[in-house]
Design a protein around this ligand. Structure first.
Ligand code: HEC
Length: 140
């Protein structure tokens, strides 16, 4: 039997490595845990506690929120893709400090808007912000 030329063998190895790398990067890109880790690093909060807080606080009465059962409220905007948005309520640049400030004092930031101050303190606001930042719209 004729031996496979060295160069062909090398090419086959490189092709296989490329295929494995491609599949691996696809898995990483689609890994929801990565979004959770990034949201928690950004806010210093916990996505899991934030989800529980959103359920307790009944944000669903006013907002449609991905991942929250029955959250189909129509008073405020949908919070879909909140982690990818440029602004908060069309007023603030969307960054963690501004999000925490909004969640704590929406009536101070936009007096008379329909979102009430709910007595949310820093710790809880960080958790809620972490959950909201885990909601990212798919890259287009
Ligand atoms: C009584 C209704 C009501 C409740 C309850 C409520 N919100 Fe809102 N929310 C609003 C309104 C009205 C706005 C301002 C208009 C807008 O941007 O949707 C708003 C804005 C927001 C925004 C900015 C949205 C954007 O599109 O920029 C976020 C984030 C938000 N709310 C999160 C929450 C969270 C989290 C809770 C629960 C802790 C909550 N809201 C509870 C009515 C409500």
């Amino acid at each position: 039997m004729r031996a496979v030329p060295e160069s062909l063998r090398l090419a086959a190895i490189l092709l296989a490595a490329g295929a494995i790398g491609g599949v691996a990067s696809l898995i990483v890109l689609n890994d929801p845990d990565k979004g959770v880790a990034a949201a928690e690093a950004l806010t210093g909060g916990s996505v899991a506690r934030g989800k529980a807080a959103i359920e307790n606080r009944q944000c669903a009465a006013c907002h449609s929120i991905p991942g929250i059962a029955g959250a189909k409220g129509q008073v405020g905007s949908s919070l879909r893709g909140m982690g990818s948005r440029k602004t908060i309520a069309g007023l603030l640049r969307n960054d963690p400090d501004a999000m925490i400030a909004w969640l704590r004092d929406p009536q101070v930031i936009a007096p008379g808007n329909a979102m009430p101050d709910m007595g949310i303190e820093d710790r809880e606001a960080r958790d809620v912000a972490a959950y909201l930042y885990s909601l990212r719209s798919a890259p287009s």
